[in-house]
Design a protein around this ligand. Sequence first.
Ligand code: SF4
Length: 375
Amino acid sequence: MSNQTIKHVLGISGGKDSAALAIYMSRLYPELDMEYYTCDTGHELKETYELVDKLELHLGKSIKKLVAADNTPEDSPFNHFLGVYGGYLPSSTARWCTKKLKLDPFEKYMASDTPVISYVGIRGDEDREGYISKKSNIQSIFPFRKNIWSEDVIRKAFANPQIDFIVRLYQEYGKSKSLDRILEIVRQPLSPQFGLAQKVDTLLELGIKEFNRVVFAFLKTTDYPLSKVDFFPLVENEDILKREDIFQILRETVGVPAYYEMKEYQVEIDGEIKTGYYSRSRSGCFFCFFQQKIEWVWLYENHPDLYTKAAAYEKDGYAWMEKETLADLAQPDRIKSIKREHYLRMQRNKNKTKSEFLTDILNDAEGEGCAACFI
Ligand code: SF4
């Protein structure tokens, strides 16, 4: 089967990482006929919609808009499902929104049995796994990470019963000057003292291309989509992209979405007026419950209309946060105290973090939340 028989798809969440991945893939691998899609909840920030428009122009391709429910002009997919759930607002423990508004439409879009490679923009400096589809015809690849393979593939390839087979694959496809050391690591069984992450990290340290060639050869013995092709260019790619690389790609092309721009705020600390900085750390719905308190303050002060709309959802005992309503959070004394806490935390981070970049210091909770919405 040739490379043409599998589908390559890339989801644009509206966040910086998926946007940068689309640009990166189109620059490096124009031969892959990538399909782009985005899932619109109907409540994204306007900067997200602008980013999607700019990307379409830059990529020279349209980005398919997947919508979870047939909506009318008065309604939105989110409001439709909120009605279905009886006004029960989603939360980090009851995240029906991600499933209904992002994952289900994606799986519906991929309904046929065509093998699909889904490219996901989790960065090399992040410690999280992306969403892995339960459908066997969809395989996720993470081009920005040192380990481009999904956890399920790695678990299968490096399970103890596969040791002899992986040794043979390294002898055939992963020859390098470190081969003896690599084989020593491969032969060491997984145990409580030697976990999968440690084994994989060590093997990757000893040779990324060799590791990729071996995993690709292993996939030939499975039903994964990549078993259907003879060649996959990312096998030979050793790039690892971190946060600053992402900003660099965006600055050179479509620009960084405006909500990441740092804005100043003033706050009184021990009788002195200090200047702090805040921004939104992620894309997604303007009312997303994953926001930090300071991001709610940012929304209140920079998009008061959206804050009012978010607050209007809080009724019948439902609220976006566990212990505080948006009406309470908007009280002047509460805003001052959130800014004070944020300012002091950022000062502590500044002393701890080695990075010189303000975004690294400020967006310390970026990793939390939902890969489908914020990548
Ligand atoms: S951005 Fe937040 S509220 Fe919107 S769908 Fe994702 S998790 Fe839910």
